[in-house]
Design a protein around this ligand. Structure first.
Ligand code: AMP
Length: 224
C-alpha cells in the first residue's frame, strides 16, 4: 500500500449515488483510518435543530451545496483531530474547486501528499435508480436497496438486527436532478484539478459493491 507522511490519505469523489460512502466504509474496514463524510457531519448538525441546522437542512433538502466557507471551516478543524493522525478517507469533500484548493494547501502545509483521488464513474440513469431505492438502518447505518440489496430477513438489519429504517429526504427525483446539475457545474471541475496533480484514479462503479471494492483495492495496492 502506498503511504506517505503520517498514513494513507484518500478522497472518494463522483456524482451523488455513485457509491462514495459505501466504498469509503468498505475501505475503512480494511485500513483502520478515519472516514470523514461531510454529508454525515452536516446531517448531524442539521439534526440539532439550531438556526444553523435549519439553514443546512434547507440546502441539503433542495439538493444545493452548503457554502464553501462553512464546509472548509468544519473540515479543516476536523482533520486536526487525533483520530486523523494516521490518515483519512474523505467522502463528499472536496465538492468545489475552492474546497479542492484549500485541501491541497492544508495538506501541503502538513507535508502530506494525497495517495489517491478515486473517481467512481456511474451514468446518470443508474444513479437515479440507485438513489431512489436506497435506505439505511436507523441503528447502525447499514445501507440497503429495494431492488439490489435487501436485508436477508424482511425488515431486519443483517448487521445489527435493528428493525427501523430511514430514507434520506434529499433522495427524491427532483432533488437528485438538482444534485446532478450541481455536481456537473461545481464538483466536476475538481476532476481535472486532481488529474493535473497526478493523483486521479477512475473506477467503473456500475458493477456490484464487491466488484468496485476490488478495483479500489487494486489501485491502493491492498491485497488482504
Ligand atoms: P452526501 O451525504 O455526500 O450525499 O451529501 C449530502 C448533502 O450535503 C449534499 O447534497 C450537500 O448539500 C451537502 N454537502 C456534503 N458535502 C458537501 C461539501 N463538501 N460541500 C458542500 N455541500 C456538501
Amino acid at each position: 500500500m502506498s503511504k506517505n507522511g503520517s498514513g494513507l490519505h484518500i478522497v472518494f469523489t463522483g456524482a451523488p449515488g455513485c457509491g462514495k460512502g459505501t466504498q469509503a466504509r468498505a475501505l475503512k474496514e480494511k485500513v483502520d483510518i478515519c472516514h470523514l463524510s461531510t454529508g454525515e457531519m452536516l446531517r448531524a448538525e442539521a439534526a440539532k435543530g439550531t438556526p444553523l441546522g435549519s439553514e443546512i437542512s434547507a440546502l441539503i433538502d433542495g439538493g444545493n451545496l452548503v457554502p464553501d466557507e462553512m464546509i472548509i471551516k468544519m473540515l479543516s478543524s476536523r482533520i486536526e483531530e487525533d483520530d486523523c493522525k494516521n490518515g483519512f478517507i474523505l467522502d463528499g469533500f472536496p465538492r468545489t474547486l475552492p474546497q479542492a484548493t484549500v485541501l491541497d494547501e492544508l495538506l501541503e502545509q502538513k507535508g502530506i501528499k494525497l495517495d489517491a483521488v478515486i473517481e467512481i464513474q456511474v451514468p446518470d440513469e443508474i444513479i437515479m435508480e440507485r438513489i431512489l431505492g436506497r435506505y439505511a438502518c436507523m441503528t447502525c447505518g447499514e445501507g440497503y436497496h429495494d431492488k439490489f440489496h435487501k436485508p436477508k430477513v424482511y425488515g431486519v438489519c443483517d448487521k445489527c438486527g435493528g428493525t427501523n429504517f430511514y430514507r434520506r429526504i434529499d433522495d427524491n427525483r427532483t432533488t437528485v436532478q438538482n444534485r446532478l446539475v450541481n455536481y456537473r457545474a461545481l464538483t466536476y471541475p475538481t476532476i481535472p484539478f486532481f488529474e493535473k496533480k497526478g493523483v486521479l484514479c477512475c473506477v467503473d462503479g456500475t458493477g456490484t459493491i464487491e466488484a468496485t471494492s476490488k478495483k479500489v483495492n487494486v489501485i491502493l495496492g491492498i491485497t488482504q
